[in-house]
Write a protein that binds this ligand. Structure first.
Ligand SMILES: [Zn+2]
Length: 298
């Protein structure tokens, strides 16, 4: 064996002997940062595998919004996201029964994986918006911990319930029509309700409304990668999104009402999907290299 090879072999044995736990989890590292990195703003990586340079804070209270659950320290996002939320909240304030928006999680100060909750929300371009109309915009810190959002889904999960109003529909149409928005996740009954109430003449925005499990207490807005953000990975549209270009209304009814809530008796139980690695297990090595600079930055 040549010397180089034996040195290499020794190094490999040394590596193999290291305990797996020696590598800290990325969610611990990012969770420990209390302030954004002092860098130019840009999203890095993918919504569920990345981090955020130069995030800015959504002020805890504004003229038409309040950030909720402040103890989580997740009211940080890319400037495009914060501006979008300010804009949408100003629109919400004009809706009957609303004075603005209650805004849930955006990202941690430097984005990255989280110790609890979401798989995404990592690059400062995702935000959760409560279904509960923001009436009181003078909630205290502690009220913002204890107050809950409202459920807009019926008990049998087939439709929206009495909490759903035309103002919710108007808010979601406005958000989905915004060119900055890539997609919005909602509980399937919300998508079905929007399909029923949308004007026949303008249904293109419905394509951005994506039915998803959960999402009955809030909706989740995802922005596109802003122009010029080279390190941000745009979400690839699915084949059906490209070929259809439609509203997705029929597909939602089939998927939710037929396949999920009313599956044919003969249907075989689905094979359990191979377990994907959770973002909670990521180490820095799983994230784009630039995320090391985001952590190291002052
Ligand atoms: Zn979310």
């Amino acid at each position: 064996m040549s010397t180089i090879r034996s040195v290499l072999a020794a190094a490999l044995i040394g590596l193999a002997a290291l305990p797996v736990s020696a590598e800290p989890k990325a969610n611990q590292l990012f969770g420990a940062k209390n302030a954004p990195s002092r860098q130019e703003s840009h999203p890095i990586g993918f919504y569920s595998k990345g981090c955020a340079a130069g995030n800015v804070e959504l002020p805890e209270t504004g003229p038409t919004w309040q950030a909720m659950r402040l103890s989580r320290n997740r009211n940080f996002g890319q400037p495009e996201m914060v501006q979008f939320l300010v804009d949408l909240s100003a629109y919400a304030a004009r809706l009957p029964g609303w004075n603005g928006l209650y805004i849930g999680d955006i990202s941690q100060p430097r984005g990255g994986p989280m110790t609890s909750g979401h798989a995404s929300h990592q690059i400062g371009l995702d935000a959760d918006i409560w279904m509960r109309p923001a009436t009181n915009l003078r909630l205290s810190r502690s009220q913002r911990e204890s107050i809950s959002s409202i459920d807009v889904r019926s008990k049998d999960q087939r439709s929206v319930n009495g909490n759903w109003t035309p103002a919710h529909a108007a808010l979601l149409e406005r958000a989905a029509s915004d060119s900055r928005v890539d997609r919005i996740f909602v509980t399937p009954p919300v998508k079905i309700a929007l399909c029923q109430s949308a004007k026949r003449s303008d249904r293109k925005w419905l394509q951005k409304i994506r039915p998803y499990y959960g999402h009955n207490y809030h909706f989740h807005v995802r922005l596109k990668c802003p122009k010029g953000s080279a390190a941000c990975r745009t979400q690839t549209p699915t084949v059906s999104e490209i070929s259809n270009g439609g509203s997705g209304c029929d597909e939602t009814l089939v998927w939710w009402v037929t396949d999920m809530l009313n599956p044919p008796k003969s249907a075989q139980p689905a094979k359990p999907a191979p377990k994907k690695r959770s973002p909670r297990d990521y180490t820095l090595a799983d994230l784009p290299n630039q995320c090391r600079d985001v952590l190291a930055s002052r």
